[in-house]
Write a protein that binds this ligand. Sequence first.
Ligand code: ATP
Length: 218
Amino acid sequence: MVQRLGTLALFGGTFDPVHNGHLRMALELTEQLQLDDMRLMPSHRPPHKNTLGCNSEDRAAMVELATADCPQLSIDRREMERDAPSYMVDTLTEVRREVGPDVSLILAMGMDSLVNLDSWYRWRELTDFAHLLVVARPGWHLPEQGDLADFLRQHQASVDKLYSSPQGSVVIQQMSLLPISATEIRRQISAGESPQFLLPDSVWAYIQRKQLYRLPTE
Ligand code: ATP
């Protein structure tokens, strides 16, 4: 019988702020795929976003609050501790070194992140260290042409790969996602509207206490 590997999943993002769309996706993935460990990993200096609504300490504090009462989810602060652009390939290299070769390392992301993957630094090397687990809404389309399409054709595999090999595959998991976006939450707050019920109460209370997102960022 083939041994089932232990699984560590990282869900990276700016989480500016973290919201129920992120949290439900992380929890549903954890339960559907029976992942051993699921960590939300806020990006300190995201190379792709130059306008952030608030600083990385506040973003991490909100992820900490959001995950505090959920035993299946936790925060990974490693990108906060590196005072350099948060390149995912560097992060995965570091995590792989820490966990050794026999753990299945999984980078979770939404389809909107996957379609821009070929703009990430050394993106082809990501699968040297981890699997990519892409969550797609029903009716999703994969890129069909270009380098990314070729890469996907070479790496796409079924979900069993997550348990039988430590890295190397792209797995697409279909799931209905809550239609919530951090951009819309920031817009609401700067317009004086309430985002209550789109994010945990503890996060909304933090935003109000620290008076975050009062000014329009984009
Ligand atoms: P922004 O609106 O600022 O771009 P966002 O809400 O898309 O933010 P990010 O922090 O940029 O959030 O995204 C982190 C990850 O969460 C990405 O992989 C993205 O695909 C995924 N994601 C974003 N919104 C949702 C949602 N509603 N449900 C599930 N996953 C989501």
